[in-house]
Design a protein around this ligand. Structure first.
Ligand code: BGC
Length: 413
């Protein structure tokens, strides 16, 4: 007989899933990303996506079936402020209905205010490299906090800002498509200023709000070249996590960690070039797992290391705001089941050693639009048929439902 160990999570632990507006809502045509797609910069166009904007009740039924007590979603700025300074009552109403529907189901709400997409007018007239962006972004945040703050439990001002900063201002792969270190530094400083300003605004309106950002916090290791590679790895980590983290010190009520994979940094003399799409920087590359759809190396133990490191640095409550795996399987997604169990096992170990982890959000509830990669990588507990938009829960869905219900994960010994 198989021996199993049940690992129980703390009382009131939050179990959820995460999505972002642009990736699931559909028809977000008033955004810079839509323009980016039109210019042929992505593998596919997002189109109607999952049509979550209209079908949210159907999808929330799945959350209820999953026994989730929290859900992370994001607002689409371009819907809320379609023209500069003009707010759309209709769209605010729709988001209020979305949040209210979650509340009626006893599901807490985590809302991201900016998950990489901006209105066309913002990108055209401003962009984060312009100083006025701070004022413009703060006005948007003030408005939504006044209109909807009562229905939001946890506020995420920016999602993983270093990703769109690097891709949008250094490598040019994301909008606005600059390859300009000066603009990068300006944009970084304005994101920091916008963050601090809106942190204060939200607290003024809702003093007990929990406010923060999410970090893309993967675990990196260096191979070969000894000391030099280790130093480079340390520098890369400083860039990915601490550069921004140090600037917003004292302005975070929690740390949001998006953890996906192991990055093994290697050096290869034959690759002395820059090719950011394939992650090659002057000969330094990241090892790939050929069997993974996005070439990512799954490394469950890394979540433990990241959680311990984040506690040491910040000593704040932590939410695992994203964790997931891209697959191309149908409904039988054994790989996702193992991925979830293993990551939770290591998260549990960190908790047992005193790290204050308060919630886990699986990325994602539904298959969705994966930015430059289009629709091929499938991250959902629920499969979407993109022709009919029919939703079908995968095997992992039922497994995750059990975990959420029991507040525990069972590991085979
Ligand atoms: C982003 C998501 C994305 C996921 C998988 C995260 O870094 O926040 O938008 O879909 O990674 O690549």
């Amino acid at each position: 007989m198989k021996k199993v160990q049940k690992m129980i999570f703390p009382k009131d632990f939050l179990w959820g899933t995460a999505t972002s507006s642009y990736q699931v809502e559909g028809n977000n045509s008033n955004t810079d990303w839509w323009e980016w797609e039109k210019a042929g910069k992505t593998k596919e166009k997002s189109g109607v996506a999952c049509d979550y904007y209209k079908r949210f009740k159907t999808d929330h039924n799945f959350l209820t079936e999953l026994n989730c007590n929290v859900y992370r979603l994001s607002f689409e700025w371009a819907r809320i402020e379609p023209k500069e300074g003009e707010f759309s009552f209709k769209s605010i109403q729709n988001y209020r209905e979305i949040l209210q529907d979650l509340k009626d189901r006893n599901i807490k709400t985590v809302v991201t205010f900016w998950h990489w997409t901006s209105p066309i007018w913002f990108q055209k007239n401003y962009g984060f490299h312009k100083k006025l962006s701070v004022e413009i972004f703060s006005r948007y945040v003030k408005k939504i906090t006044e209109e909807m703050g009562d229905l939001i439990d946890i506020f995420v001002i920016f999602n993983e800002p270093m990703v769109p900063l690097g891709q949008g201002f250094l490598s040019g792969d994301f909008p606005p498509g600059f390859k300009n270190p000066f603009k990068f530094i300006k944009a970084l400083n304005h994101i920091v200023a916008s963050y601090k300003e809106t942190y204060k605004i939200i607290h003024k309106i809702k003093p007990d709000a929990q406010v923060g950002i999410t970090y893309l916090y993967n675990w990196y290791e260096a191979q070969g070249l000894g000391f030099l590679l280790k130093a480079i790895n340390r520098m890369a980590k400083w860039y990915r996590i601490d550069l921004l983290g140090n600037k917003i010190k004292g302005y975070q009520d929690y740390i949001g960690i998006d953890y996906y994979r192991l990055g093994k940094i290697k050096f290869n003399w034959r690759n002395i070039k820059i090719d950011s799409k394939n992650q090659i920087y002057f000969g330094f590359t990241i090892e790939e797992d050929k069997n993974n759809l996005m070439k990512w190396i799954a490394y469950p133990k890394g979540i433990y290391k990241v959680l311990k490191e984040a506690k040491k640095k910040h000593n704040l409550p932590i939410y695992i705001t994203e964790n997931g795996v891209p697959t191309d399987t149908g409904l039988d997604d054994e790989a996702r089941i193992i991925f979830i169990q293993e990551h939770l096992k290591f998260a549990h170990q960190a908790i047992a050693e005193g790290v204050d982890v308060r919630g886990y959000f699986h990325w994602s509830l539904l298959d969705n639009f994966e930015w430059l990669y289009g629709y091929q990588p499938r991250f959902g507990l629920i499969e979407i048929d993109y022709k009919t938009l029919v939703r079908k829960p995968r095997k992992s869905f039922y497994q995750y439902a059990k975990i959420c219900q029991e507040n525990a994960v069972e590991i085979e010994l």
